[in-house]
Design a protein around this ligand. Structure first.
Ligand code: KG4
Ligand code: ZN
Length: 371
């Protein structure tokens, strides 16, 4: 199997000393990560294992759906074995089983959902088909190192920023409503496309972020004229195209644009810094707008792009200036993982909900609107 990130074994041992029921098994396979986790009744993550397929997709510069489904099938036995071993839990101790049913790649989702249903059926325990974004939405409250889940505010605004999603979601008790989402590309996708164009390995987001950070340049001093989209909805295709056009212009001016070189041209570094700033400024602009329209007291930031250092800084200063309580997802739960799926399912399980075993997968759909 490809790289497997284990939860720290110290955390697992500590948390599994006295696991409290109900124990929820979570399975996540919506894109290119095969993930399994066990969460206990206090929302403690007893184990969370993620097997990344990045090496398999890298030669193609993006996720190839058929390869992803097949890799899930291959990776699952080892990922689940490690999860149970780390958690110190036996299969027959599991009280409920959850798997992501969407949104995502249909072939990939079918693997995890079918496994989850089969396990629930075999154990004769409830099954919870879980919305991927619901997992991200509550993930900022998950505790690290086996700590219980933090108290989740009754009302909060969730920002999910990843390679597939850029959404602002209002939560009021059990009601969720999407107030803004991207009209085209997701923010992480825009990072990845610029990364690809300047020769960085897939996914380019983390590396674009690292280069911008290492530049030491002041992000407030923009040189490139990159578009800022207006309105509450997000849009990243304009910014992406503008950045790619600037790369072309640099090439026409004989400026080297291969970002894998040890020493980068100053103009290329400036473009990377400006791009990151513009991408993140759009997010903070939407938060400002929403706050002006309907002030909120709590903000929960999640998704792979929540690892972005500019985002973490800008969102923190937004929250401080507005007196908003900020929950930033722990880095270990920012990218796709199954702990967030098991935890979202635990909430529904506690509310007495479950899903029938003939539930299907779906490729698109807002949280709260479909399952
Ligand atoms: O949540 P995630 O693992 O998967 C999706 O549901 O999409 O997010 C992966 C995305 C990729 O687009 C990746 O480039 C981006 O998150 N990403 C970043 C950073 N770390 C991950 N983008 C910008 N800066 C980062 N530090
Ligand atoms: Zn995700």
């Amino acid at each position: 199997m490809s790289e497997t990130k284990k939860a720290s074994s110290a955390a697992s041992t500590q948390a599994s000393a006295h696991p409290e029921s109900p124990l929820v098994l979570g399975i996540e396979s919506s894109c290119d990560d095969t993930a399994c986790a066990i969460v206990d009744g206090r929302g403690r993550v007893l184990a969370s294992v993620v097997s990344s397929q990045i090496q398999k997709h890298r030669p193609y510069g993006g996720v190839v759906p058929e390869i992803a489904s097949r890799e899930h099938l291959k990776n699952w036995p080892e990922v689940s074995r490690q999860t149970f071993e780390l958690a110190g839990v036996e299969l027959d101790q599991i009280d409920a089983v959850a798997a992501t049913s969407g949104p995502g790649l249909v072939g990939s989702l079918l693997v995890g959902l079918s496994l989850g249903k089969a396990i629930a059926y075999g154990l004769d325990k409830p099954f919870l088909a879980t919305h991927h974004l619901e997992g991200h939405l509550y993930s900022p409250y998950l505790g690290e190192s086996g700590a219980p889940v933090a108290e989740i505010p009754e009302r909060f605004v969730g920002l999910v920023a990843s390679g597939g999603h850029t959404s602002l979601i209002e939560v009021d008790g059990s009601k969720t409503s999407t107030v803004g989402e991207t009209r085209d590309d997701a923010v992480g996708e825009a990072f990845d496309k610029l990364g690809k164009r300047i020769g960085l390995p897939f996914p380019g987001g983390p590396e674009v972020d690292r280069l911008a950070e290492a530049s030491g340049l002041d992000p407030d001093k923009q040189r490139f004229r990159l578009p800022r989209q207006e309105g509450i909805a997000f849009s990243y295709s304009g910014l992406k195209s503008a950045a790619l056009r600037e790369v072309e212009a640099l090439e026409r001016a004989d400026v080297p644009t291969d970002a894998t070189q040890p020493k980068l041209a100053a103009e290329l570094v400036q473009l990377i810094v400006d791009f990151r700033y513009a991408a993140i400024a759009q997010i903070v602009n939407r938060l400002e707008r929403l706050f002006r329209e309907r002030p909120f007291e709590s903000l929960a930031v999640s998704g792979g792009v929540a690892a972005n250092r500019e985002l973490r800084r800008q969102v923190a200063s937004f929250a401080e200036a507005r007196g908003v309580a900020l929950a930033l997802v722990p880095l270990v739960y920012a990218s796709d993982n199954a702990a967030m799926i098991a935890h979202a399912a635990l909430r529904r399980h506690r509310a007495g909900e479950s899903d029938p075993l003939d539930v299907d997968v779906f490729s698109r759909g807002r949280v709260g609107a479909e399952k």
